[in-house]
Design a binder for this molecule. Structure first.
Ligand code: FAD
Length: 294
């Protein structure tokens, strides 16, 4: 189907984009269009105006700051991030999530900013951002910036902490994790290009004896926003892992889940798969943190 008629604007600066967003009531920002245009073609959305962010220079980058943080511009493409040696070596969980995101055509157009702002409960990147303790930078008119921890950014399905009609996401900041850290991302989907039925991102750091110092276990597709399995993290804290402890953590971390049932899978099935994936991901992240697996 064709979308309903709309006005089209292509600003060349963040300030102009924000001005248009405030002035044109109901307008939508356009990034890669991989979700927005599909919704418009199905006539589930009919914004009166689109504000295309693709002509704004300076929103596509991956760079390491002096203090070890990595900054990513909101318009950076999935493919650029997947190819980035910084992301692959420093954040394997994110690299795996990108590698398993849609198909090559989607990765050639989709952006990190579009994905996070869209906040699909089954999207690959939101749980990874929470696991990595990312900070998301929102811009307002007049050069004002606000930093939102990923933990507080995803409020509900397709709902974020960005102020509607007033703020846009401009940057994602990833903190350095100490030496002796590792992570992974795992996803079950019917076909490789499909959205997940269940997904999990794990990031952890260990001490010299292999004891878990800090861990973040975050699930997607099981709730309306990324689900932090803090009960699993509590079991892992201070422990040297083995198969039984990973199973105990997975059991504790998924016990209170009440995942949705839909055409893809029942709630029961999602919960069972979540337990299996969490256990596998914990063990893999621990092996990576100890440097015994790439
Ligand atoms: C065939 C197919 C398969 C897919 N499979 C997967 C998958 O397996 N996993 C997955 O995670 N995703 C998948 N996707 C979705 C894809 O990740 C989209 O790219 C993503 O959801 C939106 O990113 P975008 O850059 O295309 O944003 P758009 O579609 O352009 O925008 C999405 C929303 O975000 C808003 N927005 C965009 N940029 C900003 C910004 N900087 N600040 C504030 N708001 C903004 C827009 O106004 C819009 O509401 C798939 C898509 C397709 C078409």
């Amino acid at each position: 189907m064709r979308p309903a008629p709309f006005e089209y604007y292509a600003p060349t600066s963040v300030e102009d984009a924000l001005r248009l967003l405030e002035e044109k009531e109901g307008a939508k920002l356009l990034a890669g269009g991989q979700s927005l245009l599909a919704l418009m073609k199905l006539r589930l959305l009919a914004p009166p105006a689109l504000i295309d962010l693709n002509r704004i220079s300076g929103l596509r980058y991956v760079r390491e700051d002096g203090n070890g943080w990595i900054s990513i511009g909101a318009m950076t493409l999935y493919d650029e991030l997947e190819q980035s040696p910084l992301i692959r070596t420093r954040y394997p969980a994110m690299h795996e999530a990108l590698y398993r995101l849609g198909d090559q055509q989607v990765r050639n157009r989709g952006t990190i900013g579009g994905s996070l702002a869209h906040a699909d409960p089954s999207a690959n990147l939101p749980p990874v951002m929470v696991a990595l303790k990312a900070q998301l930078v929102a811009a307002r008119r007049g050069g004002e910036r606000r930093t939102i921890p990923a933990d507080e950014f995803f409020l509900d399905a397709f709902t974020t902490a960005l102020e509607p009609d007033r703020e846009m996401l401009v940057e994602v900041r990833l903190p350095p994790w100490p030496r002796g850290s590792g992570g992974t991302y795992m996803k079950l989907s019917k076909r490789e290009i499909d959205f997940s039925i269940v997904e999990v991102a794990v990031q952890m750091s260990v001490d010299g004896d292999g004891r878990v110092k800090e861990s973040r276990v975050v699930l997607g597709s099981v709730a309306t926003r990324p689900y932090r399995a803090t009960a699993a993290e509590d079991v892992l804290s201070g422990s040297v892992l083995d198969d039984a402890l990973a199973a105990k953590a997975a059991e504790a971390g998924t016990k209170d889940l009440e995942p949705p049932s839909d055409v893809q899978a029942s709630s029961w099935y999602r919960k069972e798969v979540a337990k299996v994936l969490v256990k596998r991901a914990i063990l893999k992240a621990w092996r990576r943190a100890r440097g015994v697996e790439q």
